[in-house]
Ligand binder design. Structure first.
Ligand code: NDP
Ligand code: HSE
Length: 438
């Protein structure tokens, strides 16, 4: 059978990896897919670089629309990133009847509903395994492997850059800025690293997983997003002393009231496997009612790990190319007319436990006042740690660290405001959420 013809729009880190993996493993891939998969056209603005990458094996064009217009191209792979041009090109490719593969989590988290609807109407596939956790087949696991389950929650380290930064800060005691520069040098960070460090990239991925886990539309605008820029080395150290590690987690959870969708630094018990995921590695935990807890671990970024996921999508599409569209796996795991309107909960409604660090005057009654405020709000204390006092301007000060049991975020916000108003609380209170992931 004639090989499937693929056009790559964007041939940078990931595109280069896709070209290389397809070239190197072509025989094996053909035996799996049932026919050959060939990249016959590529596009990037710097055509000389593109030519250097593909040689005579593919046609290089400056205008990505030449790929979309070519009737011989079966699958368009979007690997330029960003929201605007990528959205236009993906929608144009769908309108031209092409199947689409993309690694662009930002695009899908924001414009996914429009894109999946357009693909459904046209009867083409949009595949996006690489968009979440790079080489880890988490989309396939959630959409197919766990399809018997009611998914209860998903929690993951889904941004390699921030996990690398947190690991280096903990292991080597290095400052945030130094480690960020190293992450950029190693190529983990997004073109705009604020997406990584402010939690936006992880929130894009969590949004996509939330939609697939619970059969709801993609709703990035409802996600709670907090990055790691305000984390201090002291908190990493205190967490360690209390038996926890701090990780940037993407969490989505089904509750009686709706769906939680949030990204923020979290204390995780040090004995959990996920707490020991170090460097730029990713890991995702999924809790299903039938299967229990499952864990997926691997490289979440990089040319070939990400290409592994893109090429898997190409093989899937090649296998299902001629299947009746009604019989394909739905984009968001649930049939498009069976999506649920479960609301995404505001952060105030989220129930979790907390780590609080307070810089206080070292005086009689201070601790009693703090614990009294928690008691009045019916917030139970899990552990307290008080550091030895140090002298500042002739007065004794100390750090008090309190771990709480579960409470509603709105309830905790009220208590934090009351605590912050006390004259004996001398600096902004640090609040980090705590997830037992049991
Ligand atoms: P790169 O910046 O390395 O590559 C982007 C490519 O797109 C370059 O070849 C660039 O070349 C080309 N490009 C940009 N604008 C245009 C345009 N207008 N027309 C044609 N080509 C264009 O990015 P990555 O490969 O790292 O990332 C690609 C996508 O994959 C992004 O959505 C990213 O978020 C996602 N991703 C990346 C991972 C990684 O590890 N890198 C992991 C998972 C997902 P030129 O400038 O010459 O045009
Ligand atoms: N910048 C992302 C990360 C790349 O650090 O994980 C993979 O999506």
């Amino acid at each position: 059978m004639k090989p499937i013809q693929v056009g790559l729009i964007g041939i940078g880190t990931v595109g280069g990896g896709v070209f290389e993996v397809l070239r190197r493993n072509q025989e094996e891939i053909k035996r799996r897919a049932g026919r050959g998969i060939e990249v016959t056209m590529v596009s990037r603005r710097d055509q000389a670089k593109a030519r250097a990458m593909v040689g005579e094996d593919a046609k290089v064009v400056a205008d990505p629309r030449d790929i979309i217009r070519n009737p011989d191209i079966d699958i368009v792979v979007e690997l330029i990133g960003g929201y605007t041009l990528a959205r236009e090109l993906v929608l144009e490719a769908i309108a031209a009847g092409k199947h689409v593969v993309t690694a662009n989590k930002a695009l899908l988290a924001v414009h996914g509903t429009e894109i999946f609807q357009a693909a459904h109407n046209k009867g083409v596939m949009v595949a996006f395994e690489a968009a979440v956790a790079g080489g880890i087949p988490i989309i396939k696991a959630l959409r197919e492997g766990l399809t018997a389950n009611q998914i209860q929650w998903v929690a993951g380290i889904i941004n390699g850059t921030t996990n690398f930064i947190l690991s280096e800060m903990r292991d080597k005691g290095l400052d945030f800025d130094v480690v960020l520069k190293e992450a950029q040098r190693l190529g983990y960070a997004e073109a705009d690293p604020t997406f990584d460090i402010e939690g936006v990239d992880a929130a894009h991925k969590a949004t996509i997983m939330s939609a697939i886990a619970f059969g709801i539309p993609v709703q990035f605008d409802k996600a709670y997003v907090e990055g790691i820029t305000k984390l201090g080395a002291a908190d990493i150290k205190y967490a360690e002393q209390l038996g926890y590690r701090i990780k940037l987690l993407g969490i989505t959870k089904r509750t009686d009231k709706g769906v939680e969708l949030r990204v923020h630094p979290s204390l995780v018990p040090a004995q959990r496997l996920i707490a020991n995921v170090e460097g730029a590695m990713n890991a995702v935990m999924v809790q299903g009612d039938a299967v229990g807890t499952t864990l997926y671990y691997g490289k979440g970024a990089g040319a070939e790990p990400t290409a592994s996921a893109v090429v898997a999508d190409l093989v899937d599409i090649t296998r299902l190319h001629t299947a009746d569209p009604q019989n394909r796996v739905p984009h968001l795991a649930f049939q498009p007319d069976a999506l649920s309107n479960l609301p995404v909960l505001p952060m105030e409604e989220v129930v979790t436990s907390y780590y609080l660090r307070l810089r206080v005057a070292d005086q009689a009654g201070v601790l009693a006042k703090l614990t009294g405020l928690l008691a009045d709000a019916n917030i139970s204390i899990d552990a307290i740690l008080q550091r030895e006092a140090d002298q500042v301007s002739g007065a004794n000060q100390t750090d008090v660290i309190i771990l709480t049991h579960d409470t509603r975020e709105g309830n905790m916000n009220v208590v934090l405001k009351q605590m912050q108003g006390l004259p004996t609380v001398l600096a902004p209170i640090v609040r980090i959420r705590k997830e037992e992931l049991a």
